[in-house]
Design a protein around this ligand. Structure first.
Ligand code: FES
Length: 176
């Protein structure tokens, strides 16, 4: 082998080595970047979780307090079987409906339709809750949607009858 050829081979070996080192460095960079990205993502998730926790806790406390109140909503004999009455619960603006069903049970729900918030009425002939806006129907015994656009049940208000009076005593959280 001539000296010239030897030099060329040597140069080529050096270049290969440099490429290899370069590739290794690049791999390390990618790994470092991936690690940095994961750290940043984790940090952001934790920070967001911590930042929103007080709102979640506050809302649970506020709702829990209001929903647990015992409020007289009617005299027991005020409604005949198949009649209804509107009231508010747990706070002003939370309109609701109390129904004395054909089976002589008292049931109550917040009466804003779960479709687009129109008020729901008791249709005594059919023994069903009706939203006239888009003909949404709810089962009076459990508040579940049975026909029309509504997909979610009405918020149920727990009711107790005691000493000739009907009380709202809380709200049962379901799907919304
Ligand atoms: S608002 Fe009640 S059915 Fe649309």
């Amino acid at each position: 082998m001539t000296d010239d050829k030897k030099n060329k081979n040597h140069q080529s070996d050096d270049q290969d080595m440099m490429k290899l080192v370069d590739n290794l460095n690049r791999k390390e960079d990618v790994n470092l970047n991936r690690r940095a990205f994961l750290k940043a993502t984790f940090g952001t998730t934790v920070a967001l979780g911590l930042a929103t926790t007080p709102f979640g806790v506050l809302s649970v406390m506020r709702d829990g307090h209001n929903d647990g109140e015992r409020v007289e909503i009617a005299e027991a004999d005020e409604l005949a079987v198949g009649e209804s009455k509107n009231f508010v619960y747990p706070k002003e603006g939370d309109t609701a409906i109390l129904v004395r069903t054909k089976d002589d049970k008292y049931v109550a729900y917040n009466n804003k339709c779960t479709h687009l918030q129109c008020p729901v009425f008791y249709e005594h002939k059919e023994d069903i809750l009706l939203c006239p806006c888009h003909k949404g129907y709810f089962d009076v015994n459990n508040g579940h949607p049975v026909a029309g656009p509504p997909q979610r049940e009405l918020p149920k208000i727990l009711v107790e009858v005691q000493g000739g009076k009907v009380y709202a005593v809380g709200r049962e959280y379901r799907h919304g």
